[in-house]
Design a protein around this ligand. Structure first.
Ligand code: SF4
Length: 368
């Protein structure tokens, strides 16, 4: 069941430097004042670096509003040796997530006991403006959902509204929100340049129930996507991470059925597919935080060339081909691609790399 953003936050810390920011002002308007504390240094820093699984759980309920001091704009983590990935840029507007997926990769590297929202969005936008000015002949694709879900805290920040407005002046660029929430109502009225992709990671409802705690149900995600489509936003789905379980074929077939019942190939700019993967050091915290019997903790995984634990190559190939065929048998025009996979998988499956699909080439390959 999707969490209600405001009820699940116990305490909000606002750094002195961020008190005047729009997000801090919004926090004052939305939350009871006794939940809010202005601080001059990072709160709970005594826990930093040696967090227990309980500390990690609590970090999702403590919100910290502060400025980000470094550079906002960096390359997608998929662009590493050993991985084939789309040309993609990441804009991190916070750190940690108020939802709770068993496989979440944030568990492998977050060592701070607060969920952070960066208050200086305008600095991020000024960096983007400089990149646009320095590269007038290129266009970029920018995603916001790497270290924080793009939309699950957006009722607090309303950053989606500002970003959509900003990208209206960069019509050749693409902005992508990636989410497992259903929180879209706060930006549906914003005029845009038809360059905003709203995308959902989706799984069958039984996988959501078992592994994606506090996220929106499949039905809620699809309904949110319908709302965005009705306002002219571009829609995409990530069937990712696919998680093996005894009835996986039936359940993923039903998932594809649910999507294709509501969305024609023309409604979806792309569908990407990926399978469960995580860093080896993540296993112990997943076991501590979630049932030892869940789908992720009982999975048989092997270390792949990029160091991550993945299913056996043949199983991954079977899973990707199955999803591809489920879409194609309903309508061969659905555009299905892999992402965050090692090159061997691209060559072993009939799924294409984004650059091999004419409709996707412009979207995924930055710079022309
Ligand atoms: S929605 Fe994404 S960031 Fe949030 S817990 Fe799940 S995997 Fe992690």
């Amino acid at each position: 069941m999707e969490i209600k953003t405001f009820e699940n936050i116990d305490r909000i810390y606002i750094d002195q430097s961020a008190v005047e920011s729009s997000v801090a002002q919004r926090v004052y308007a939305l939350f009871p004042v006794d939940k809010i504390e202005v601080v001059s240094q990072k709160p709970l820093s005594q826990l930093e670096g040696r967090m227990s699984s309980e500390d990690f759980n609590k970090s999702k309920r403590n919100l910290y509003i502060t400025e980000y001091k470094g550079e906002f704009f960096k390359r997608c983590p998929g662009a590493k040796p050993g991985l084939t990935c789309c040309n993609y840029f990441v804009l991190n507007l916070g750190l940690q997530c108020n939802m709770n997926c068993s496989y979440c990769y944030l568990q492998s590297y977050i060592n701070t006991p607060v969920m952070t929202i960066y208050s200086n969005l305008e600095k991020a936008l000024s960096e983007l403006k400089s990149i646009a000015n320095e590269n007038p002949e290129k266009y970029f694709r920018v995603g916001t959902g790497e270290t924080v879900d793009s939309l699950s805290l957006d009722e607090i920040t309303l950053y989606s509204r500002r970003l959509i407005e900003f990208f209206k002046d960069l019509p050749k660029w693409k902005l992508e929100f990636k989410t497992k929430s259903s929180k879209v109502d706060q930006f549906l009225d914003v005029p845009h340049a038809h360059n905003v992709i709203c995308s959902w990671s989706v799984n069958p409802q039984n996988v959501i129930d078992s592994e994606e705690h506090n996220t929106a149900s499949l039905e809620q995600r699809l309904t949110a996507a319908e709302k965005c489509l009705s306002k002219g936003f571009t829609i995409a789905f990530h069937v990712d991470p696919m998680i093996w379980h005894p009835d996986w074929k039936l359940n993923y077939s039903n998932l594809v059925q649910s999507i294709t019942k509501k969305f024609s190939p023309q409604d979806l700019i792309y569908i990407t597919v990926g399978a469960l993967r995580f860093q080896p050091e993540q296993r112990h915290i997943m076991r501590e935080r979630f049932s030892s019997q869940n789908m992720v903790n009982t999975a048989e995984m092997f270390q792949s060339k990029d160091g991550k634990m993945r299913y056996d190559q043949n199983l991954r190939t079977e899973m990707f081909e199955y999803i591809q065929s489920e879409f194609k048998k309903r309508n061969s025009s659905y555009r299905v691609s892999l992402c965050m996979e090692v090159p061997e998988t691209w060559s072993m499956t009939m799924a294409s790399s984004p650059s091999q699909i004419p409709e996707l080439k412009d979207l995924f390959v930055g710079g022309r």
